[in-house]
Design a protein around this ligand. Structure first.
Ligand code: NAD
Length: 327
């Protein structure tokens, strides 16, 4: 038996944004129906090197997909010409445990995060949403926009980044690739005045103010994915319907972790999990006026679902290198 090895370039060519959205939506549905196994992420800390390593296992029975993502965050890696975040996904055969594929998961991490944002927009944003605002224009912003545009007919893009060059590059990309019209200046208040607001910064002190968020907005809070991180003023959460990807992860490390820790909000303030809504077990948005917040921390089921899709495609297209790993 052989194990298929796939590089980042090969992975990129094997899955489209629409396919990623579909795979991740199905993963959320299976998760919502309780048809998955997903133990909590486990962490190793390399404190002297300012880094950590996380393992993220999952099993989605309905699509016979199982495996583990191994992902690091090393904040000083730029000095060594390496990305801050690098991921590897090992896919196994659930019947035998055999490692059927080992692939780069770095691009897939950004892709599946974009897909989670897109699925949240599908179920939570107003049907007539036309403008999308970004706070933070780094790596995640690109996959968020690429996958979000498939869910609503956005016409206007607004953006803010402390690094104005990054903002300008992002707006240029969005206008060129998706035809959205850039509006406003590099002003966070303007970026937050949109039908959908996507936040993708690594901040630990909230930067999005309550007074800037109008009724009917949907917010994808993507940036907070570790304890202590928070992008939105807690007052926003108090007037919003809060949807998390997973209570255990979000309460530990998502947008809600600090407000929970400070007792500004409690578990009763959380409406539910996105998977439950996708599975049709509870409604998503129920009025045009409500503010909805999706707190994304990133689930292993998202990674394994997109990796399985990539693997199936690679077999059809005969891509990658197969090696007898047990030899
Ligand atoms: N939810 C998830 O599943 C998930 C997945 C991957 C990454 N993340 C998180 O998303 C965040 C962004 O990741 P990335 O890969 O895009 O990083 P990145 O470094 O590529 O981009 C971050 C951007 O935020 C900007 N920024 C920083 N501080 C800011 C501030 N105060 N105001 C405005 N802009 C500011 C930076 O200039 C940069 O352009 C990180 O916190 C990361 O951990 C979450």
């Amino acid at each position: 038996m052989k194990t298929l090895f796939l590089t980042q370039t090969q992975v990129k060519n094997l899955i489209s944004p629409a396919e990623a959205n579909e795979a991740v939506e199905k993963a959320f549905e299976a998760f919502g129906k309780g048809q998955t196994q997903m133990p909590p992420k486990s962490y190793l800390f390399y404190t002297p090197f300012k880094g950590d390593l996380r393992t993220m296992p999952a099993y989605i029975e309905s699509i016979k997909a199982t495996g583990v993502k191994i992902v690091n965050v090393h904040v000083n890696n730029n000095e060594k010409n390496l990305p801050t975040v690098m991921a590897t996904i090992v896919l196994n055969d659930p019947e035998t445990g055999f490692p059927i594929a080992i692939m780069d998961g770095t691009f897939l991490t950004a892709l599946r995060t974009g897909a989670a944002g897109a699925v949240a927009i599908k179920y939570l944003a107003r049907e007539n949403a036309e403008s999308i605002g970004f706070v933070g224009c780094g790596v995640q912003a690109y996959t968020q926009i690429d996958l979000s545009v498939l869910m609503r007919k956005f016409k206007i893009i607004k953006a803010y980044d402390i690094d104005e060059n990054r903002r300008n590059q992002f707006l240029h990309y969005v206008e060129k690739n998706h035809g959205l019209k850039p509006e406003g200046s590099n002003d966070i208040k303007i970026a937050c005045n949109a039908d959908v607001v996507t936040t993708t910064t690594p901040v630990s002190t909230p930067i999005v103010k309550n007074e800037w968020i109008k009724a009917g907005t949907h917010i994808n809070a993507i940036g907070a994915d570790a304890p202590g991180k928070q992008e939105l003023e807690s007052a926003i959460l108090l007037r919003s319907k809060i949807i998390v990807d997973n209570w255990d992860q979000a309460s530990h490390s998502g947008e809600i972790n600090v407000p929970l820790e400070k007792n500004v909000i409690a578990r009763e303030n959380i409406y539910g999990e996105l998977g439950t809504i996708v599975a049709g077990l509870m409604p998503g948005r129920t009025s045009n006026d409500e503010i909805t917040v999706f707190d994304s921390t990133g689930l292993a089921v998202q990674d394994i679902a997109v990796a399985k899709k990539v693997y199936e495609r690679a077999l059809i297209q005969n891509l990658g290198i197969s090696l007898e790993i047990l030899k």
